[in-house]
Ligand binder design. Structure first.
Ligand SMILES: C[S@@+](CC[C@H](N)C(=O)[O-])C[C@H]1O[C@@H](n2cnc3c(N)ncnc32)[C@H](O)[C@@H]1O
Length: 339
């Protein structure tokens, strides 16, 4: 009872503290998704955390929070862990004993040569569930990949062009359409901030509106922002008060991102992830060529081009309902940050 009260007090908040101490007070099976992006033990320059420990010490610490993540995740829930392959293979070998492996998601990252190695070009997201039958999962789609110069769809659909999905294919386990944040103006003062649309993709796939997502290493709040944009609840934890302050500032300006009542992920004026089952409801928001040969040549576009140029949120919503019989609600800083 005491723990349940404590748990309720954490919802939609970002706690300052040691994630192990906080998670230990959370009852078993309380949250729908746990996502962790821990320090990589690579001497990254955090504000206060020291990121270089003996390998043994680092791995045994990781085992402790991995155990807590699995324990507090609901039986129908999902566990995601983001890291470099070097550490993920240890995490996977431990998680295999206590949860059920679904995928190793590889996402594109520009690496730099490290001497006598291959060029490291991806980060991994381990994707585990607690039950092999009764776990939450939604089919998700991404935009067709196209040639940057000529705009043509890269995949050759040959004689099956008429069967091409108008939005794009089912998302595979290699994500090359989401990149690290490269521009300074889009970064917070944090060495390892993840892109919000990475988290949004994971949450659209694994949760529903109102579900609870916990991130024990929230940094400057990427998971909380994604959850709030998608109408999910969140619990964030970080040991550094400065990062929590930045997160709270961003959260105060965050609103949900919906098209026609469906949550979607948007980055740089493009919808990056939708649920397959939502497509029929949101397709009227796009200009879509009818002829499959045209679709092969031209990207589908959101129809509200004019709206995207208007910054203040209140005007966006008014314009929206005047121009289209649908609602597109957008996160106001999205416009400010991504123009
Ligand atoms: C890789 S970063 C997470 C970045 C985050 N995903 C984002 O997009 O901003 C790891 C974070 O873990 C925090 N941290 C380190 N040790 C911690 C602990 N024991 N409990 C809670 N947070 C901790 C650091 O302050 C750092 O912000």
């Amino acid at each position: 009872m005491q723990n349940r009260k404590y748990f309720d007090s954490l919802i939609n908040k970002v706690a300052i503290g040691n994630c192990l101490e906080i998670m230990r007070k959370i009852p078993d099976g309380s949250v729908d998704v746990t996502f962790a992006d821990p320090p990589f033990n690579l001497k990254k320059k955090y504000n206060s955390y020291y990121d270089k420990h003996e390998v043994e010490k680092y791995l045994s610490w990781c085992k402790e929070w991995l155990y807590e993540m699995v324990r507090i995740t609901k039986p129908t829930g999902t566990i995601f862990v983001h890291n470099i392959p070097k550490w993920l293979i240890y995490f996977g070998s431990y998680l295999n004993e206590v949860a059920i492996f679904r995928h190793w998601i590889a996402w594109d990252a520009m690496g730099s040569p490290l001497g006598k190695t291959l060029l490291p070009n991806h980060y991994g997201v381990l994707y585990y569930v607690k039950s092999d039958k009764d776990y939450k999962f939604h089919d998700i789609r991404m935009l067709h990949k196209r040639c940057r110069a000529c705009g043509y769809i890269l995949k050759d659909y040959g004689g099956k062009k008429d069967q091409m999905h108008k939005f794009g294919p089912i998302i595979p386990d290699v994500w090359t359409d989401i990149h690290r944040i490269r521009h300074k103006k889009r970064r917070d003062e944090h060495p390892c901030q993840l892109p919000v649309h990475l988290l949004e993709r994971l949450l659209i796939m694994s949760t529903d509106e109102g579900d609870i997502v916990l991130d024990p290493f929230i940094g400057t709040g990427t998971t909380a922002i994604a959850a709030k944009r998608l109408g999910r609840k969140f619990i964030g934890i970080d040991i550094d008060p400065k990062y929590v302050e930045i997160t709270n500032r961003k959260l105060a300006e965050t609103e949900s991102t919906m098209i026609n009542g469906c949550y979607v992920s948007i980055f740089l004026d493009n919808v990056t992830t939708v649920r397959s089952k939502d497509w029929d409801k949101i397709k009227e928001a796009f200009t879509i060529p009818h002829d499959p040969f045209e679709l092969e040549k031209r990207e589908i576009k959101l129809r509200d081009k004019k709206i995207k140029k208007i910054k203040p949120k209140i005007i966006i919503e008014e314009q929206c309902s005047l121009l289209f019989p649908m609602t597109i609600r957008r996160h106001s800083t999205f416009h400010l940050n991504h123009k």
